[in-house]
Structure formats: C-alpha cells, structure tokens
Ligand binder design. Structure first.
Ligand code: ATP
Ligand code: MG
Ligand code: FE
Length: 334
C-alpha cells in the first residue's frame, strides 16, 4: 500500500510518500520559520497564504523524489486537525482535489496520531501496546497506545503545553522564535542547578501536567533580578527551566508506566527533539528496565511521513473519509 500524505496544520507545508506504513520513499518539508520569525510567532493568515503558495510544488517534489507515478498511489492522506483552521484547509482542499481527480480513497488523519506514528518509522519493530509521552507545541499528553488506532489518554496538561512553555520562556529571555531549539542549544552553556524552579504537579497523584506556573516563576525571577539591578545569565535560566520541565516529564512518564505495568515507552512531538529530555528518558528507562523508542530528529517536529504512517493503519482498519472531509481545528484524540 502506497500512500501520499499531506500535512499543513501549522507553519510547515509537507508531503511524503510512504509504503506499507513504515517505508518512507520521500519526506519533503517547506518551512515558514524564517517568515514568522520577525513577528515572534506564527501568524495564522501568513501561514495559510504561504501553504497555498507552496503546496503544489511540495506535493510534486514528494512524488518526484519517491519516483512514484500517480497510478501507484493507493490513497491520499491529510491532516484535518487539530491545528490552525486556515492552514489545515489548504492541505484538506488539496488532498480532496487529488483524491477526486485520481479516484483514490481519502484518509483524514489526526495530527497527534501522526506524531505518535513517527515511532513506527524510526523503529521498524516497534508495535503497541506502549505508553507514549506526547510533547509538542500544543499538546502534553500521556497516551496509552493500546493498538495502532486505539488510544487512551492517561493525563494531559491543565494549561500550557510543554512546547508552548519553551517558546514563551525563550521569548522572555530574549532568544526569540522558535524557542525550543534555542533553549536546547544555549542550555549546553548553562548550569541547570543555577536556579531551582518549581516542578509543577510532581507531588500530586494523577498524570496531569501544568506548565504555566513554571513559566510565571521564570518571569518573576527575571523581574526580581531586573528590580535589583542584578545581571543574570541567559544560559543558566534556560538550563534551569529546561531541567524543571525534563524532570517533570520523565518522572511522570515512568510513574505512569509503572502504575499501568507497561514496559515500553515512546515519545512524540517537537519537544521530544530536546537533547536533555532524550538523555533523561534514556537514563530513566535504562534504570527501570523499560524499552524506549524516540523518533529521529526530523520525525519529531511536523512532517508528512508520520501522517502517511498513521494513515496506513487507518487504511488497514478499513477507515475512509469522503469528500465532505473538513478541517477541525480542535479535533480531540478520541
Ligand atoms: P501540535 O503538534 O501540538 O499541534 P505543533 O505542530 O506546533 O503543535 P510541533 O511541530 O510538534 O508542534 O513541535 C513544535 C514545538 O516543539 C515548538 O513549541 C518548539 O519550540 C518545540 N521544540 C522543537 N525542538 C525542540 C527542542 N530541541 N527542545 C525543546 N522544544 C523543542
Ligand atoms: Mg512547527
Ligand atoms: Fe505537531
């Protein structure tokens, strides 16, 4: 089964050709990061317009790189939510047009199911059941993946997502957008024990997260230093903030795995590209004898290969979308 997949939920226009769910024949991404940088974040109207300009070329490039003819494509898959409505609509309309013109089945895919599926591409042997820590720009979920298309959410954030916290703290300490990769980079030069920021929700039972208090703690600290006229080291704040996030994510994930007696743990989403988080999860899983899967860096952030992979398992389940498929900005996981 060969699937052409399209992803346009945020600021990446992406297309990929994926065979049998796990073999990536092409994975093309046109990023808009540079365009949004001067505004300090993604501007939805600009994102939609740029998706519209890029999508046709990105899809053609994916087909050309894969050396696949249109007749070899079995289905067209597309992210239909969650995400920015105008951005999603560009991908959905393009996929519907292709499916209609080529008379191929259409598959609407949940963006987070795509992030989770990235693990199947990185590790060809990886299969459910396992526990997945989903940490992205808009989500922080602990998900029990019971089957390829069956999920149970064990806990999620009550306020900000982990990636959102990275982006907001990065802005506050003058690192700019996108904040996650920049905090990751400067943290190398900083002392993670310079400031002890709170570890939110760590002591409470249950598996929910909260990051807005941590973000406020960083902002308060910066204000105090400013009022006292004391200088602070950007790298120390970055490293100390990152250490707090990483500790909470790692401990909660391992606690959930132990409580639900799960020996396999995976990660998904942009924040799983974070080096400190990857190292911490590796060490914790090693110590507690858990098997760990972490997507390759390129598969952590938004891409279409992961959408093609998730779509394959939906296709196997006999699920199909029809041409009334619409973008759903706040689509729930189940
Ligand atoms: P969602 O997937 O929830 O809809 P999104 O698609 O915008 O949101 P992703 O593309 O999965 O999110 O991830 C982007 C987020 O990941 C951003 O918040 C970014 O700062 C963060 N991020 C990317 N790389 C790193 C890194 N190395 N360290 C920490 N955070 C990172
Ligand atoms: Mg993105
Ligand atoms: Fe994403």
């Amino acid at each position: 089964t060969t699937i052409l997949a399209i992803e346009s939920s945020c600021d990446e226009t992406a297309a990929a050709v994926v065979q049998g769910g796990r073999t990536v024949l092409s994975n093309c991404i046109s990023s808009q990061i540079a365009l949004h940088q001067i505004y300090g974040g993604v501007v939805p109207e600009i994102a939609s317009r740029k998706h519209l300009e890029a999508i046709d070329a990105v899809v053609r490039e994916a087909m050309k790189t894969a050396k696949t003819g249109w007749e070899e494509i079995d289905a067209i898959a597309v992210t239909y939510g969650p995400g920015l409505v105008g951005a999603l609509l560009v991908g959905v309309a393009h996929a519907k047009a292709l499916a209609y013109a080529l008379k191929k089945p259409l598959l609407g895919v949940h963006h987070i199911e795509g992030h989770i599926a990235a693990n199947y591409i990185t590790d060809p042997q990886w299969e459910p059941p396992y526990l997945c820590l989903v940490v992205s720009g808009g989500h922080t979920h602990l998900v029990l993946v019971e089957g390829y298309t069956r999920y149970q959410i064990l806990g999620k954030t009550r306020d900000d997502a982990a990636g959102e916290a990275f982006d907001k703290v990065a802005r506050a300490i003058g690192l700019g957008y996108p904040g996650g990769p920049k905090i990751d980079a400067v943290s190398k030069m900083g002392n993670p024990e310079a400031v002890h920021f709170p570890r939110p929700c760590l002591e409470e039972d249950g598996f929910s997260f909260s990051f807005s208090g941590l973000k406020s703690a960083v902002l308060n600290y910066l204000n105090q230093m400013e009022m006292k006229g004391e200088p602070y080291k950007q790298a120390d704040i970055a490293a100390s903030f990152q250490a707090a996030v990483v500790e909470v994510l790692t401990k909660k994930t391992l606690a959930a795995a132990n409580e639900f007696k799960i020996s396999k743990i995976a990660m998904a989403g942009g924040v799983s590209a974070n080096r400190a988080l990857r190292a911490s999860m590796e060490a914790a899983c090693m110590a507690e004898k858990k098997q760990l899967c972490v997507p390759d860096l390129i598969l952590c952030t938004d891409n279409a290969a992961m959408i093609g992979c998730a779509a394959y398992y939906q296709y196997q389940d006999g699920r199909r979308s029809d041409l009334s498929l619409n973008a759903v900005p706040n689509l729930p996981l189940q």
